[in-house]
Design a protein around this ligand. Structure first.
Ligand code: SAH
Length: 346
């Protein structure tokens, strides 16, 4: 328990300390103690606000072949789709109507969406909705591309580092991809003035306690404004089809630890967490999360953005259900707010 108290006092963890914390994780009350502190910190920086972001999954074409991902290039069974610019704008329209003031464009690395097309799209969205924040989550691009997107109006960028451990990265990704490139993208995005989101899956194949300790150290060095973590969920058309899913409990524990390490961080209770546990999102909030990202994609395409099996897409996480989401969030003591919800720090 001493190590937990040290974390709470100092807001830092070395790799060794992280390992010590994990080793003692089972101790009575440790998770509860960290969650209590996490909630207190979130309260002091953001009050009881929970921010909503409208997630638009704009393409499931991908040139990459990440072994865990259902929409990877090598999966010939996926029915591919991409939204047109107009369709994306329509998603924003309905989102705006519902009160959303942040749109997240997420997709595979789709060569159709060239840097030029992305730039045009970003400008169109920001011209129509200058009061909204625009977040991109479209993978690894050149520094020039990130710079153009930023100048066109993109405010934030989500790019999970997936794992900070070189050996683990190689288990999850093919030869042609590299952890160094991924990390470099994150540092470039920061330099360009984006609010940046890193993150990782919990319980992905080959992940050890050491890997998780390294993830925490990496996050402390990068100091991202957002961190997305969720349990790994196997997809039946991947080499990891038979692997166990990641643990909800461990995800919640890590959410609390990350809130304490980066007190002002914007921390979503992710769809994967909601997929693994029907109360996953509420539990995420109680562990220190403060963002929820309902799905704004057109109904006809939702099933096709099939990152992992049983991904929820028409229940409480759907944007249409924002009222029931609101009451669920309120029932556990929070307030779902519509504002842009920028990072509270510098
Ligand atoms: N192409 C973009 C968006 C990727 S999809 C990019 O590279 O950033 C968003 C996230 O879904 C990924 O970063 C990954 O962490 C998560 N994801 C992919 N497959 C998953 C799986 N099987 N289980 C849980 N999460 C998964």
């Amino acid at each position: 328990m001493e190590i937990a108290e040290k974390l709470i006092r100092t807001h830092t963890l070395t790799k060794e300390e992280a390992l010590e914390l994990f080793a003692q994780m089972g101790e009575r009350d440790m998770a509860a103690r960290l969650a209590q502190e996490a909630v207190k910190l979130r309260q002091s920086h953001y009050g009881n606000k929970v921010f909503i972001r409208g997630l638009i999954e704009f393409t499931n074409y991908c040139k990459n072949n990440c072994y865990y991902c259902g929409i990877r290039r090598g999966n010939g069974k996926v029915k591919r789709y991409r939204l047109t610019e107009d369709e994306i704008l329509e998603c924003c329209d309905s989102g705006y109507e519902l009160g959303f003031r942040t749109f997240v464009l997420q997709g595979g690395e789709d060569p159709f969406y060239t840097d030029n097309r992305m730039t045009t799209l970003i400008k169109r969205i920001k011209e129509k909705y200058p009061d909204c924040a625009l977040t991109l989550s479209a993978g690894e691009k050149s520094r020039e591309a990130y710079e153009r997107f930023r100048k066109a109006g993109a405010d934030r960028y989500l790019l999970r580092h997936e794992t900070a451990d070189e050996k683990h990265y190689r288990i999850l990704h093919p030869e042609e991809m590299s952890l160094a490139a991924r990390k470099q993208c994150l540092y470039e995005l920061k330099e360009l003035g984006y609010q940046v989101g890193a993150g990782f899956m919990v319980g992905s194949p080959g992940q050890t306690w050491e890997c998780l300790a390294e993830d925490l150290v990496f996050l402390q060095n990068l100091k991202p404004q957002m961190v997305g973590i969720g349990p790994f969920v196997p997809h039946h058309e991947t080499r990891f089809a038979g692997e166990p899913a990641g643990s909800v409990e461990l995800t919640l524990f890590l959410l609390s630890v990350i809130r304490i390490l980066l007190p002002k961080v914007l921390l979503p209770a992710t769809t994967a967490l909601g997929t693994m546990d029907s109360d996953g999102r509420e539990k995420g909030l109680a562990a220190g999360a403060n963002v929820i990202m309902p799905n704004l994609s057109p109904m006809k395409n939702r099933k096709q953005y099939d990152l992992y099996d049983n991904k929820i897409s028409t229940g409480e996480e759907a944007a249409e259900c924002v009222d029931s989401l609101k009451s669920r969030v309120e029932s556990v003591g929070y307030r779902l707010v519509c504002e842009r919800g920028d990072f509270a720090g510098e």
